[in-house]
Design a protein around this ligand. Structure first.
Ligand code: F0G
Length: 432
């Protein structure tokens, strides 16, 4: 069985060899996906094999992506694969967040436990493997910060030259710092994410640089394993809902594809519903789901900079996946994101702002009766709490301002207190 690239557009479905360095269909310009015609494995045997690999010291087996390599079989051999032991992220019980979200029980699949602190690592190990297989020397991406941090790490580990493009002044310092530390050539462009993506696509074609944005179908293959690992952790019992934030919509596409394939290939017996949550100021996918028409948002605005995207490239895939899963799309305000984030912090878990859109969305969906109080729900936290410490400090000290200049109320604020170096006075303060 050989993997192939297939055009995602139902009217085209053209097929291409897996080694062609293309990101969109040369015939019609639509998105591409990896297809495995005649995929034939015994799901029961694979489940056992995947479990056994957890006991192995082999680097590929220790990776929460490559452990499931039969599910993403686009390589002939694995010699050149670079793994930082991505994946392997925990499924965490969060009673306080469940209560806040209007649920009896809620589990967080925390992708912030990845080597560079976000879910991008799951996809990047695959994207970089494909770049190596194609003999590419330079790789590039535009990013709101996490893709660039991840690409910088994996490309440098693989001996490739990483070039990243970021919207100047619009990514968190934690993420920018990672790109610098991991040795990426870092270009801060005076434009927004959507404008820079168009620029980078042109440059990649002109300079022969391999593009590692989520339009790259191999990144999507890697991100599929987030769902495979989730089902493995749940002994192959699918939840009723999988909730995730939506930005460029690569992850929605990846989760949808993974779940469809898991069902089709006999690993699970029903599809969970996807609930995609966007920030109010950057919600073109929400509007698409509501009105049936796609209109890019010209000037997206949100403090959750990871999802500050107005023209998500993967919307056709994401729309098909959300409908296939009978899913929903919701949007949440800056205040709702900030409060939900603080509640996730109070669970001892923490996450970056974009990830907290999940809990804010759950709270809205349960209040509206779309999600039942006793539903079996997994929310995916996409990034680590330390990605954006500036946001946290501002929230807790009452200094966080929404893009429209309004002040975010620190409803769960936790002010640090300055005290003199005086045991008696500190004791008095603490006994008060
Ligand atoms: N959460 C975080 C923390 C992200 O970094 C992103 C995307 C998303 C959610 C949305 O995922 O784009 O697949 O819908 N970050 C990209 C980046 C765009 O450049 O790091 P999506």
């Amino acid at each position: 069985m050989a993997a192939e690239l297939v055009c995602f557009s139902p009217g085209c479905r053209a097929r291409f060899r897996i080694r062609e360095p293309i990101y969109s269909c040369p015939r019609c310009g639509s998105l591409l996906e990896v297809d495995y015609p005649g995929w034939r494995h015994d799901p029961a045997a694979l489940r056992t094999l995947w479990r056994e690999r957890r006991l192995s010291n082999g680097p590929l087996d220790q990776s929460g992506v490559w452990r499931y390599r039969e599910f993403i079989g686009f390589l002939e051999d694995y010699e050149a694969v670079v793994t930082l032991r991505e994946g392997n992220t925990p499924l965490l019980e969060a009673p306080r967040a469940a209560e806040y979200g209007g649920l009896r029980r809620l589990l967080f699949k925390h992708q912030g436990f990845n080597p560079t602190g976000s879910f991008k690592d799951n996809g990047m190990t695959c994207g970089v493997a494909q770049a190596l297989r194609l003999g590419m020397k330079r790789v590039a991406c535009v990013s709101t910060g996490n893709t660039s941090a991840s690409m910088a790490a994996y490309a440098s580990a693989a001996g490739l030259d990483p070039i990243i493009f970021i919207p100047h002044g619009n990514i968190s310092y934690g993420k920018l710092a990672q790109a610098l530390e991991y040795g990426a050539r870092t270009l801060q462009v005076e434009a927004n994410f959507d404008q820079i993506l168009a620029l980078v696509r042109e440059l990649a074609a002109r300079l022969g640089i391999y593009l590692l944005n989520s339009i790259n179908p191999f990144r999507i293959e890697g991100q599929k394993t987030i769902m495979v690992e989730l089902m493995d952790q749940r002994d192959w019992r699918p939840p009723e809902w999988v909730v995730l934030p939506g930005g460029n919509l690569g992850n929605t596409s990846a989760f949808g594809k993974a779940l469809r394939e898991l069902e089709q290939w006999g690993f699970i017996d029903r599809l969970p519903r996807l609930a995609v949550i966007q920030a109010e100021g950057a919600a073109p996918f929400y509007e698409l789901a509501r009105t049936g028409e796609f209109h890019a948002v010209g000037h997206p605005e949100t403090l959750a900079t990871a999802i500050k995207i107005g023209d998500p490239v993967s919307w056709p895939k994401a729309l098909a996946e959300v409908s296939a899963s009978r899913g929903v799309v919701e949007r949440v305000s800056e205040q709702e994101i900030a409060d939900a984030k603080a509640v996730i912090g109070l669970c001892g878990i923490g996450c970056e702002p974009a990830s907290a859109a999940t809990l804010a969305g759950i709270r809205k969906l349960t209040a509206a009766g779309v999600m039942a109080q006793d539903a079996d729900v997994v929310a995916v936290l996409t990034g680590n709490v330390l990605k954006d410490p500036d946001y946290i400090y501002r929230y807790h000290t009452g200094a966080l301002e929404a893009p429209d200049g309004s002040r975010i109320a620190p409803r769960f604020g936790n002010q640090p207190v300055v005290v003199p170096n005086d045991a008696a006075r500190i004791a008095a303060l603490l006994s008060g």
